[in-house]
Design a protein around this ligand. Structure first.
Ligand code: NAP
Length: 542
């Protein structure tokens, strides 16, 4: 366990405490700190949690594991690191990912520049001093020339309130803040509300342990088998011998990780060939399943074919035909909501101690002292687990009071995020976002997107320093163009058709705007490199 460090004030001659304050000690913040240190800049991280790890620090619910293969969901910036770390499973579980984060923290001696258990509440820009004042939960404030928000895309939990919650006499838990010591569920009557990735991993893992499990489903989910395995020594050696090439090829894809070759249009293959291809992808498992046909997210017929394939797989797995139909998603195109990767999720409903409640036919009325009232009945529980997701992409940034003197970022983003390249927002100089809205982020292998952004931001700071400049801000028209580009691109696809967290549709009152950049990490990397090479085209440097 790493220990907290008090901020070591540098009191630089320029009048600021640090060159850079970084918010968050997840994978983005840790790499950013390491990189800035290498550049000789003073930097400090404020982190709400009492340890590093971000997503993998908070999400400790039963069965939490990554859905991109661990060998690729890991840092590539230091060959020594990737060679020495031994991933045990194809998809690492949360404890292993947290152990990896701690290893990185210790290996690069990061903790001495991190204040743990310290939340950033407020950022205020002073244009005369060209610095940000960062106010933290310990009552202190710190000044920095630049602030880098490494606050994560899925870090602000969505905790909807259900009528009667305060009356419930049993235990209630949220997957995103599950107790680190775990919960003894043996023999208990447990409810899980939510069937996204967190819900289905929880459900699958706790079903054998609990007395009875009732799943409350509002929208069924498309899930592809993980086919998780232990990584053999031979496989580990093969990958490590070719790591550079594997990383390079991953970066050349739209999603930032290697998948079986696709690049065919559904319209160009026969239904038999299409089914054969899907069989192979299903047998391989993982998120690469949906990328066989280039037009799957553009062409409704292609999409429906793939969706139907998965629905038939669900019907094969679930013995009770009525339950199987309830588990088959029909109300949105496949992959327009984030696909899940599962290990026996659908088979869980074949167990005698598991029931499914369809909230579309039996709406959730209220929580009572002893359970949950749905439709015209009440079901009794000892424990309720909420797996209700996150205020994605903008939630963490908007939870801070970020002010530029005339406006808050929250006000500016009232009708959806407005950024240039997902890196900065006009009116908020010297404030960078790692994997911000309108960058590929959640549509990609996050580790690739994190490294791309940290490298770009670090290079920009280095170039600013080299030219004696101290202020960077995107121009209003460049931002306007980028917002249009990201919206127009998304509208070419089927993705905005779903009520997804990509659209902000899971948060009541949140403006419905498709938030990630759908053009792919490969294209995006070319764009941001091009912008840099063209003297930071679209940014004003002074
Ligand atoms: P999610 O995908 O947003 O799922 C939340 C679930 O809760 C949905 O089924 C949602 O139903 C339901 N829900 C929300 N509010 C509700 C309400 N008031 N009443 C009833 N049901 C409600 O959230 P998540 O499962 O935490 O996953 C979020 C993202 O985190 C994933 O998409 C993925 O990117 C990432 N993640 C990845 C992994 C992994 O495998 N590595 C694991 C966990 C999370 P609706 O669909 O109807 O809104």
């Amino acid at each position: 366990m790493t220990t907290s460090a008090a901020p070591d004030r540098h009191n630089k001659p320029g009048g600021v405490d640090y060159d850079v304050v970084i918010i968050g000690a997840g994978f983005a913040g840790m790499y950013q700190l390491h990189k800035l240190r290498q550049m000789g800049m003073s930097a400090h991280i404020f982190e709400t949690g009492d340890d590093v790890g971000g997503t993998w620090y908070w999400n400790r619910y039963p069965g939490a594991r990554v859905d991109i293969e661990s060998m690729e969901y890991s840092y590539s910036f230091d060959d020594a690191l990737q060679q020495e770390w031994r991933w045990k499973e194809r998809y690492a579980p949360q404890p292993e990912l947290l152990e990896y984060a701690r290893h990185v923290c210790d290996r690069y001696d990061l903790a001495r520049d991190i204040s743990f258990s310290t939340r950033v509440n407020k950022l205020a820009w002073d244009d005369d001093a060209r610095s940000w004042t960062v106010s933290t939960s310990d009552g202190k404030s710190t000044t920095a020339r630049y602030v880098i928000a490494a606050t994560g895309c899925l870090s602000r939990p969505s905790e909807p309130t259900f009528e009667g919650m305060e009356d419930f006499r049993g235990e209630m838990y949220w997957t995103s803040r599950y107790p680190r010591e775990g919960v003894d569920l043996s023999g208990k009557r447990v409810a899980v509300i939510g069937t996204g990735s967190s819900g289905i991993q929880t459900i699958t893992t706790i079903a054998p342990e609990v007395g009875h499990l009732t799943v409350f489903q509002r929208t069924p989910t498309f899930a592809v088998p993980a086919h998780n395995t232990r990584i053999s020594d031979q496989r580990d050696a093969e990958i490590k011998a070719n790591y550079d090439e594997i990383r390079r090829l991953g970066r050349e894809t739209t999603v930032g990780f290697n998948q079986p070759p696709g690049n065919v249009m559904f319209a160009d293959v026969s239904p038999e060939q299409a089914r054969e291809d899907l069989d192979k992808r299903w047998a391989r498992g993982g998120l690469g399943f949906s990328f066989g046909f280039e037009d799957v997210l553009f062409e409704p017929v292609a999409n429906e074919f793939v969706a139907d394939y998965v629905r038939n797989r669900i019907r094969e797995k679930v013995k009770d035909p009525q339950t199987a139909e309830l588990l088959c998603p029909t109300s949105y195109p496949i992959a327009s909501k984030r696909m899940c990767v599962d290990t026996g999720y659908f088979e869980t409903y074949n167990r005698d101690n598991v029931d499914l409640v369809d909230l579309q036919t039996e709406p959730l009325k209220r929580i009572t002292e002893t359970g949950i009232r749905v439709g015209s009945r009440e079901i009794e529980f000892d424990v309720i687990i909420f797996a209700t997701g996150f205020d994605a992409m903008t939630g963490a940034l908007n939870s801070m009071d970020i002010r530029n003197g005339t406006q808050t970022l929250r006000e500016k983003w009232n009708h959806g995020p407005r950024t240039y390249l997902g890196l900065m927002s006009h009116g908020f100089p010297n404030l960078f976002m790692v994997t911000g809205p309108q960058s590929p982020s959640v549509l990609s292998n996050m580790m690739v997107s994190i490294e791309d952004h940290v490298d770009w931001i670090s290079q920009a700071l280095s170039d600013l320093n080299a030219s004696g400049q101290t202020r960077i801000e995107p121009a209003a028209d460049a931002e306007e163009n980028w917002v249009h580009t990201t919206n127009d691109l998304a509208n070419l696809t089927l993705m905005p058709q779903a009520n997804s967290w990509y659209m902000g549709a899971n948060i009541p009152g949140k403006e419905r705007v498709f938030m990630p950049f759908v053009g792919g990490v490969d294209t995006y990397a070319q764009i941001i490199t091009g912008v840099r090479v063209a003297n930071y085209h679209g940014f004003e440097l002074t």
